[in-house]
Design a protein around this ligand. Structure first.
Ligand SMILES: Nc1ncnc2c1ncn2[C@@H]1O[C@H](COP(=O)(O)OP(=O)(O)OP(=O)(O)O)[C@@H](O)[C@H]1O
Length: 529
């Protein structure tokens, strides 16, 4: 088992919303048949162009059918469609209605039949996207479905055929072992959502409720235990010990029915070290790999429990949590300007995985038992809606890596800008203040000179006589040498001139941004020495 510490979880990076084009499917074709202060999260307006480090991806929905003795009639059209026919209505009952017609769902990413074991299931699902954690992308895999449909079987499995969790851990460590230039720190947290209480299953007192807070649009559990894991055995042991504390009970539908939702999260910080002869800085990426085993929806009558018993009350709470999840999924389809994440602890915790920053695999567990027809239909309907939810997946970097990357990008931009300025016609140039241009060009030349001549930066920051830190160019860090884009030259008179002016303004802003980042990088290096 690894070493544990009690520290608040860092919120994962969150990106603003963007328009929802269809995503590129990761899964191969089948061979097997916010504002924290508001009450709810309001999606921000769509951005025009996504950042190159971001990609827009729909939630990937995989339907898994569990074996059952009696089976409804289904037609599976590989890889992604399933047509389900309702149980035959006895002729003595009311006349046939539209409810008796077969229902066709064809927007899943994969439908997996009941002959598939856990190993095969892992190979065609999580195994395909796990490597993305090593480039800083959050990955969530969650199991959804009615009680007894095979969610825990899929996630946890059993010793002879472990589920996604154990296989995922194993592959994660194998992937890291294949990368000698990468060092990694992996920490584990295990949360249980029982009713509307959140418990820390790694803590000594796992029945003590913990608080959730909203930070920068993400939900963070406060004071949760983080356990550093350094090997697959340590990770598996820690997870097994924690999950053993989960609340389970026997019902008529399942001998070992989960009474809570469990979220097992690995925070993976990977640093890629450049080759010995390279001057490039190391890059650090941060990803969360989350395994979510939801409790199953249940009908009190069918589970054989009574409203006033503990199991009955748990059933009601489970259904309420799942209802709020259904509302979130539905809102993405019907009213995307208002996503009711705040309605429950479950939806607050899962916010990143629905419309946020994660590659999400949504495993929709169903049974073809005729008596479960309406539950199976409901699961398929919400799963079908879930596949329309678009996430914005970001390669999460640490701050220093981000500054280095952005600085390199700005350097390229500024070079391009200098070239463009040289090509400006005199007619265009007359609209730009001479002093601004001079400053702009000398800035460029200064940068070129600095990059070719300047010796490596000294370890201790240079200090002015009055003990104020200096910028790398030896000038005091002040806004004096910034070019003020607001001090615009003479008002343009034609649309073309307006365009030119805007181009120059943008470029001035770019230069100023570069200066700021240069200073920021300098400050970061000072602190990291
Ligand atoms: N694909 C499968 N192959 C073989 N057995 C399965 C499969 N899926 C589920 N089962 C069996 O069905 C039973 C119920 O499965 P499981 O406990 O995983 O359901 P669940 O969806 O997690 O239920 P709950 O929501 O009540 O916790 C278990 O005995 C499990 O071993």
């Amino acid at each position: 088992m690894g070493s544990c510490s009690s520290t608040p979880l860092e919120p994962p990076h969150r990106a603003p919303h963007s328009p929802p084009p269809r995503f590129s499917h990761e899964l191969e074709s089948a061979s097997l048949v916010n504002s924290p202060d508001k009450d709810s999260y309001i999606a921000s307006p769509p951005a025009e162009v996504p950042d190159p480090e971001e990609s827009l991806e729909s939630i990937q929905v995989i339907v898994r059918i569990r074996p059952s003795s009696q089976q409804l009639s289904v037609t599976i059209k590989p890889p992604s469609s399933i047509m389900i026919t309702p149980p035959v209505r006895p002729p003595s009952l009311s006349p046939a209605t539209t409810k008796d017609q077969a229902i066709d769902y064809n927007n899943f990413d994969r439908v997996v039949d009941d002959s598939c074991n856990n190993e095969e299931f892992f190979n065609v699902t999580l195994s395909k996207v796990l490597h993305r954690c090593l480039s800083g992308e959050n990955v969530t895999v969650m199991a959804y479905g009615q009680t007894g449909s095979g969610k825990t079987h899929t996630m946890i499995g059993y010793q002879e055929d472990p589920g996604l969790l154990s296989r995922g851990i194993s592959k994660l460590f194998d992937l890291l072992a294949e990368k000698p230039d990468v060092t990694a720190t992996i920490t584990l947290t295990v949360l249980e959502i029982y009713g509307e209480e959140v418990h820390d299953l790694l803590a000594a007192n796992s029945t003590e409720p913990i608080r959730l807070v909203e930070q920068n649009g993400t939900t963070t559990p406060v004071g949760v235990m983080e356990c550093a894991v350094t090997s697959k055995i340590a990770a598996n042991d820690a997870v097994t010990t924690a999950i053993a504390k989960r609340t389970v009970a026997a019902t008529q539908m399942n001998d070992s029915s989960s009474r809570s939702h469990v979220i097992v999260n690995f925070k993976i910080v990977t640093t890629t070290h450049p080759a010995a002869n390279s001057t490039a800085p190391p890059t650090t990426k941060i990803a969360n790999l989350a395994f979510v085993d939801l409790a199953g929806s249940e009908r009190i009558g069918k589970t054989g429990t009574k409203h006033n018993t503990q199991t009955g009350k748990e059933g009601v709470q489970i259904n309420m949590g799942l209802l709020s999840l259904s509302k979130v999924i539905k809102a993405f389809n019907e009213s995307p300007n208002h996503i009711p994440y705040r309605d429950s602890k479950l939806t607050r915790v899962l916010k990143q995985s629905f419309g946020g920053n994660a590659v999400t695999l949504f495993v929709s567990n169903v049974t073809l038992q005729p008596s479960n027809y309406s539950e199976t239909l409901s699961t398929l309907r919400y799963s079908s809606m879930a596949s329309n939810v678009v996430n914005k997946v970001v390669k999460n970097e640490d701050e220093v890596t981000k500054l280095h990357r952005q600085f390199a990008e700005l350097k390229i931009l500024s070079k391009r800008m200098a070239k463009d300025l040289q090509q400006l016609s005199p007619r265009r140039l007359k609209h730009v203040k001479k002093e601004e241009l001079k400053a702009l060009l000398s800035e460029q030349q200064g940068k070129k000179r600095d990059s070719s001549k300047s010796p490596p930066r000294s370890k201790s920051p240079r200090v002015r006589k009055n003990n104020m830190p200096m910028s790398p160019r030896g000038t005091p860090r002040s806004t004096k040498n910034r070019i003020d884009p607001k001090k615009s030259p003479k008002k343009p008179t034609t649309p073309l001139e307006e365009l030119d002016m805007n181009a120059v303004k943008v470029d001035l802003q770019t230069l100023n941004k570069m200066n700021e980042m240069n200073d920021a990088l300098d400050t970061k290096s000072m602190f990291s020495m």
